[in-house]
Structure formats: structure tokens, C-alpha cells
Design a protein around this ligand. Structure first.
Ligand SMILES: [Zn+2]
Length: 75
């Protein structure tokens, strides 16, 4: 798809690192599938992937972790 940020580049599938800072918990999730703009590097993560990220953040919160690094895995 066309990048909506630079309106110039095309996105390509890739893996990105996402960090979420929610309440008292910071979770870094690696290897998240995303579309990445080849020109400006903007990352696009689809809604289903975001939901899975939310679940990973919730499980870290339930485990009482303040900081966690996780690898993305599908549900
Ligand atoms: Zn772009």
C-alpha cells in the first residue's frame, strides 16, 4: 500500500519492535509483523496484531512485571 505519511513510498512487509507504556508497565515486543514504508520508515500495524499486542501487555501486567521484553506470537 501507499504510505500515508510521506505519500511517496510503498510499504513492505517486515518485523518491527513495539514498545507499550501502559500504567506502570512497559512492555517491549519484538518481531511484530508490520508494513513498513520503504521511504520514511513509518510502521503500520493492523488491528488484529494490535489486539494481540494488548494481550501480551495484559499478561505482563497480570504477572506484576514493570518491564518486560517479549517476542510477538500469534494467538
Ligand atoms: Zn512513508
Amino acid at each position: 500500500m501507499k504510505c500515508i505519511v510521506c505519500k511517496n513510498g510503498d510499504t513492505e512487509p517486515g518485523n518491527v519492535t513495539v514498545s507499550v507504556d501502559k500504567h506502570d508497565t512497559v512492555v517491549v515486543i519484538r518481531d511484530v509483523p508490520a508494513q513498513v514504508c520503504a521511504t520514511c520508515g513509518e510502521e503500520y500495524i493492523d488491528a488484529q496484531t494490535m489486539k494481540q499486542i494488548e494481550k501480551l501487555v495484559e499478561s505482563a501486567q497480570k504477572a506484576g512485571m514493570n518491564f518486560a521484553v517479549q517476542h510477538y506470537h500469534a494467538a
